[in-house]
Structures are given as structure tokens and as C-alpha cells.
Design a protein. Structure first.
Length: 209
């Protein structure tokens, strides 16, 4: 089952329609009240990410399911608004975007920086406990640039968790774990993936029932 695709934007266009589609989806597939709440909360978090994207922005939102697997999609074209975002970043006090706050802030940075190129994504880091964590590269699943239709890069929450697990004693990593534990999305989703393929960047939040 797949819902209608809703055009959503940073000016909150499509937010109400997306939430309605989430409710219709839950009713159609017969989710329990608790499961339906998970879908709604994850949809709300996705709309929050859209609202936080720099400058004018729009993307397609939809939900699909197969068997006991549910996926929330957000798909945008990577060629949009590059000049606008570079202008906004250049006039900030540091010449860079403000540091991402919270787990979804970091997902936003990965999604947003995918509009440029893979190197911008791989260089994303954040300071925890006095030390840097390369949160983007730690969750990277692969890099491929052989042609315009091939996968450029793919980031996974599960891959990020796995990478953190190799450095449990690092104080910075412990703080990163705390951030995940306090995140609605990281707590409710079975995985979150951000991938770039050709001219498209897509976030998929996956949950199993």
C-alpha cells in the first residue's frame, strides 16, 4: 500500500495534508492505536525537518508498506536552491551553518548538505564531551560516482549506531548515545536512511510492526 504523494515545503505547505495521509495510512493497514501514534510522531518529526531546511524548499512525502514493514519517504531534487543556501551560509557570523542540534538536526544537515556533494556530507561533525564525532561519515554505507544514475552515497542510522559501538569508552561517544536515546525518531524508528542517487536525495524512516 502506498499513500498519495504530498508536496511539502519549508513554509509548512503540505504539513496538514501529510498528517492526514499518515492517519489514512494507519486506518487502511489496520494499525493499533500505539502503532498509529508511532506513524504520526515520525511524520511530525519529518515535517519538522522540512520546516528547518534553509531557504525555500519542497519535496515529495509519502508512506508505503509491505507486510509488516512501513516506510516514510521524503524525496527532493538535489539541484534546487544551491545559490540561495550558499548566500545564507556566507552571511552568517562564522561563514558556516549553525551547529546541528539534536539527532534530527544532524539528519537535516546530512539531507541538506547532500544538495552540494558527497564530500560536504562526509565532513559533517559535531563536538560531544570536548571531542569531535564524525557523525555523517560514521553512518556512511557507501560512495559511488560512476554515472549520474548510480548511488552517490547512503547514510544509515543503524550503521551509525554500529560505528558508535566500536568506541564505547570514548566520552564523546557516550554523549552521542545519550542524544540518540533522547531522540523521538531514533527511539521509534528501526532505521533512518539518507541516500543520494542521481539528482535526488531521499530520507526513508523505516519501522516494523
Amino acid at each position: 500500500m502506498q499513500t498519495d504523494k504530498i508536496k511539502v515545503g519549508s513554509n509548512e505547505n503540505g504539513r496538514a495534508e501529510a498528517l492526514k495521509e499518515a492517519e489514512k495510512f494507519s486506518e487502511y493497514v489496520g494499525l493499533s492505536e500505539k502503532e498509529a501514534l508511532r506513524v504520526r510522531l515520525l511524520t511530525e518529526e519529518t515535517m519538522g525537518l522540512v520546516a528547518a531546511i534553509t531557504g525555500n524548499f519542497d519535496a515529495d512525502f509519502w508512506i508505503e508498506s509491505e507486510d509488516n514493514d512501513c516506510k516514510i519517504h521524503l524525496l527532493a531534487n538535489t539541484q534546487m536552491n544551491l545559490a540561495k543556501k550558499e548566500e545564507l551560509v556566507s552571511i552568517s557570523s562564522s561563514g558556516k551553518n549553525e551547529a546541528a542540534k539534536g539527532f534530527m538536526g544532524k539528519i537535516r544537515d546530512i539531507f541538506e548538505n547532500s544538495f552540494y556533494n558527497v564530500e560536504e556530507v562526509e565532513n559533517l561533525s559535531y563536538t560531544y564531551g570536548g571531542g569531535p564525532i564524525m557523525y555523517a561519515s560514521m553512518g556512511m554505507m557507501g560512495s559511488e560516482t560512476t554515472n549520474l544514475n548510480s548511488l552517490v552515497c547512503s547514510w544509515s542510522l543503524n550503521k551509525y549506531r554500529e560505528a558508535l559501538g566500536y568506541h564505547e569508552e570514548n566520552p564523546a561517544v557516550k554523549e552521542a548515545w545519550d542524544e540518540l536515546e533522547n531522540s523521538i525518531v531514533a527511539s521509534l524508528a528501526d532505521d533512518v536512511r539518507v541516500s543520494v542517487s542521481g539528482d535526488n536525495v531521499e530520507m526513508v524512516i523505516e519501522m516494523k510492526f
